[in-house]
Write a protein that binds this ligand. Structure first.
Ligand SMILES: [Zn+2]
Length: 76
């Protein structure tokens, strides 16, 4: 999916930032409105805003897939 080099700034959004490395972890996006993992657009390439491609909302959490699953109790 996403180019990791574009996600380098996501580090500051990670809850466990000392353990977070975009080079080593898969970064995923969870839309709190759609209540599922989604792909996102970045309206501002250098910003922290991500927009859900499904609902076009900004209520998107960023993190590792495992972390998001735990935080939002995603079952699949
Ligand atoms: Zn959405």
């Amino acid at each position: 999916m996403s180019n990791y080099s574009d996600l380098i700034n996501v580090e500051s959004l990670a809850e466990k930032r000392e353990n977070f490395s975009p080079e080593r972890w898969d970064v995923s996006f969870y839309c709190k409105d759609c209540e599922e993992l989604v792909e996102t657009n970045r309206p501002n390439p250098k910003g922290y805003t991500f927009k859900c491609i499904k609902c076009n909302g900004k209520n998107v959490a960023v993190g590792t897939e495992a972390g998001l699953k735990t935080n939002y109790r995603i079952k699949w």
